[in-house]
Design a protein around this ligand. Sequence first.
Ligand code: PEP
Length: 220
Amino acid sequence: MIIAGNWKMFRGPEPSALAGLDAIVCPPYTRLRECVEAGLMTYAQNVHWESEGAYTGEISAPMLLELGVAGSLVGHSERRQYFGETDETVAKRTRAALTAGLKVIACVGELRAERESGETENVLRRQLSVLEPHPNLVLAYEPVWAIGTGLTATPEMAQEAHAFIKSLLDAPVLYGGSVKADNAAGLLAQPDVDGALVGGASLDVESFKAICQAAERTRS
Ligand code: PEP
């Protein structure tokens, strides 16, 4: 069971408040060092595919590894929606990060219109077609209509999508999309839900801890 907190472009909690928690944190780049030094399992929110070069504004896998960062998110829907991320660039980032020795949480998920028109499986098939299994690759199923909206997939919807994803690619699958302290247990109880990628609720220490505790109870 893996719980990861995506702080997005928020400063986020004080790392010391999360000490000892069995969870991954994905702070903005400026707080990576602080989180690593606090002993937290720390991932970046993105990583470039080249190890260095004329790519203003980007950060490479060797740079993250030098800081003690353990992994990176790749292909978050906000990157796909607002920053031109495509399946091809997701594949390049993922492959380069894994080869360099980072762990990767690669995000997939359908838009609301795609779910409503029955395209969910086709979208997931397309997004996954560029990825290969790897021991350090974890997937996150994040239906875009559920991210930051307060709308959550039902545990049954999550289970159905996760089982479909696993039929295409053998990897643990986290659920993401408005996971909160009060809905985490139901989602995490599903057999193919291997954890959660938590956005908004990870910014609040007590909420994030409650989600980690729900995961702990599911483990035992
Ligand atoms: C996310 O940022 O990956 C996410 C799932 O956000 P939220 O939990 O706020 O929907």
